[in-house]
Design a protein around this ligand. Structure first.
Ligand SMILES: C[S@@+](CC[C@H](N)C(=O)[O-])C[C@H]1O[C@@H](n2cnc3c(N)ncnc32)[C@H](O)[C@@H]1O
Length: 334
């Protein structure tokens, strides 16, 4: 029988790495908020940083020492500079601001640690932060250019370039839709969002991007939404829909699409990769995300399970398409 581990050895082995990572994350969050990370991006002394951001030099000294020991910054002749990964994360054109990543993590912590906190019950500001972190940034020109190429490589959605009507059930702050509308100038879209704060934000962003005449954001329940005119394309953000709403959401998608209309729904997680590396980094992160989704009442859906769900709702010609890291299920209304 293996020898029992003593309390302190066990602490060192499994608890200390977790608490240290959490403390470092909190320090980074505070350092970002105070402007310390920005000040250190291209190199500065702790004295320069303290003067620039108007905080005590003792605190900056301690923070810099923690950043150096933990691989966030390097020191060269008294000047402290962020290491390459942290420079990438704090770049002006970063995929998303570091602030969003911290805010998303705070929202996740809140939901994981509070029994009744779900996506719909956390504070609106936390929900918005979370929505930003899972949504493409429609203000990114690079992303708009990439999305313009996407349907060309994707026979299901390629006809969108010629125009048509696109429906998104659960559009959140509409990052995806607003990016697509810029990439496809003949497309018209309707997004349905249950949360009024997110729907308002989506509407404001549509106006800000000059897209208000081609997009309608409906504040309401996707399960009962019925448009006045049929849609050619549909998108279902399925991993935000709890079990009790799924059949009705799909019935709504079916009712709103024209005959021959296409629906796309993304699968959460890379299931093929996890099958090969069941204890790999991706599988570990996925298992934690699953706890969050389960707390919202959202069931796990592998590509096969999602395809079965779409078939049960009456869709045909169902297939799984993999692009980059994600798999989506496509299907047609008969
Ligand atoms: C985060 S969004 C998806 C992100 C979006 N694709 C984007 O690019 O911004 C998913 C949304 O579905 C919404 N949702 C969940 N159930 C819904 C329902 N029954 N009716 C309308 N929206 C719903 C959630 O409030 C959430 O905002």
């Amino acid at each position: 029988m293996a020898e029992e581990l003593g309390f302190f050895d066990a602490m060192r082995a499994v608890i200390t790495p977790l608490t240290s990572a959490r403390s470092l994350f909190s320090i980074l969050e505070q350092a970002e908020r105070q402007g310390v990370l920005t000040a250190l991006r291209d190199g500065a002394t702790p004295g320069d940083v303290a003067r620039a951001v108007k905080v005590s030099e003792d605190w900056v000294d301690a923070v810099c020492a923690a950043l150096i020991v933990n691989g966030v910054a390097d020191s060269d002749a008294g000047e402290i500079r962020l290491t390459p990964p942290w420079r990438a994360l704090t770049a002006e054109d970063a995929f998303q601001p570091l602030r969003n990543i911290f805010a998303q993590s705070r929202a996740i912590d809140m939901m994981l640690s509070t029994p009744d906190a779900t996506y719909s019950t956390i504070a609106a500001s936390e929900r918005s932060a979370f929505a930003h972190s899972v949504s493409p940034n429609p203000y990114s020109r690079e992303l708009v250019a990439r999305i313009r190429e996407d349907p060309l490589a994707d026979p299901w959605f390629a006809p969108m370039h010629a125009g048509g009507r696109y429906l998104e059930l659960g559009c959140g702050i509409a990052g995806r839709m607003l990016t697509m509308l810029q990439a496809m100038p003949r497309l018209h879209a309707v997004g349905v969002e249950l949360d009024p704060v997110l729907a308002d934000e989506a509407r404001d962003r549509a106006a800000d991007l000059g897209l208000a005449d081609r997009v309608d954001i409906v504040t309401g329940d996707a399960t009962t939404y019925r448009g006045d005119e049929a849609f050619d394309f549909g998108f279902w953000s399925q991993w935000f829909f709890p079990t009790a709403t799924r059949a009705d959401a799909l019935a709504s998608m079916f009712a709103n699409l024209r005959t021959g209309g296409i629906v796309r729904s993304p699968v959460f997680g890379e299931h093929e990769r996890m099958a090969h590396e069941p204890f790999g980094e991706h599988a570990r992160q996925y298992s934690l995300d699953r706890v969050l989704l389960a707390s919202w009442g959202v069931p796990e859906r592998t590509p096969d399970q999602l395809a079965t769900e779409l078939a049960a709702a009456g869709f045909i010609d169902i297939s799984a398409v993999r692009t980059d890291a994600t798999t989506s299920i496509y299907a047609r209304r008969p």
